[in-house]
Design a protein around this ligand. Structure first.
Ligand code: CA2
Length: 148
């Protein structure tokens, strides 16, 4: 069975508890539970990593390179400046889909730059919790296409 690792960066553990106007009321645990259900429907296995620490995220992405077939990554604010995370995604050598809850192009100027996006197949941004479901579907379609 295909395996997809879903990686969430700094502060995303706070989802649903603060700043509901920006990030909504859905918790990360609820998003993950929905993704487990979607993964069952799509016939893939999902696992989850969330860390507030850049190095831990990098280690998780390195591990995914041998343990998984694709990545879905919300790098949080690291999106905007972590060349280390970008290098880790490239080094992983598996397809990655970048995901954001908010539309990073409709907020402060600094958020519209993603240094990690060039390491990914594409970016899904602005659909709230649904962004993750769209990203998982995209990752699975990419894997299916590659096998045809
Ligand atoms: O929209 C996204 O998914 C972001 O990756 C979220 C990051 C932000 O820095 C990016 O620019 C866009 C921040 C996640 C912070 O999440 C919080 C959730 C609740 C309360 C406070 C922060």
């Amino acid at each position: 069975m295909r395996r997809v690792v879903i990686v969430n960066g700094p502060n995303l553990n706070l989802l649903g508890t603060r700043e509901p106007d920006v990030y909504g009321r859905t918790t990360l645990a609820e998003i993950e539970a929905d993704l487990v259900r979607l993964a069952e429907m799509l016939g893939v296995q999902v696992s989850f990593v969330q860390s507030n620490h850049e190095g831990e995220l990098i280690d998780a992405i390195h591990a995914a390179s041998s343990e998984a077939d694709a990545l879905v990554v919300n790098p949080g604010a690291f999106t905007h400046y972590s060349y280390a995370l970008r290098d880790a995604i490239v080094a992983a050598g598996i397809p990655a889909v970048e995901v954001h809850l908010s539309n990073i192009h409709a907020r402060e100027d600094f958020r519209s730059v993603s240094v990690t996006a060039p390491a990914c197949i594409g970016v899904i941004t602005g659909f709230g919790p649904r962004s993750y479901a769209l990203a998982l579907r995209a990752a699975v379609e990419i894997l299916e296409e590659a096998e045809r």
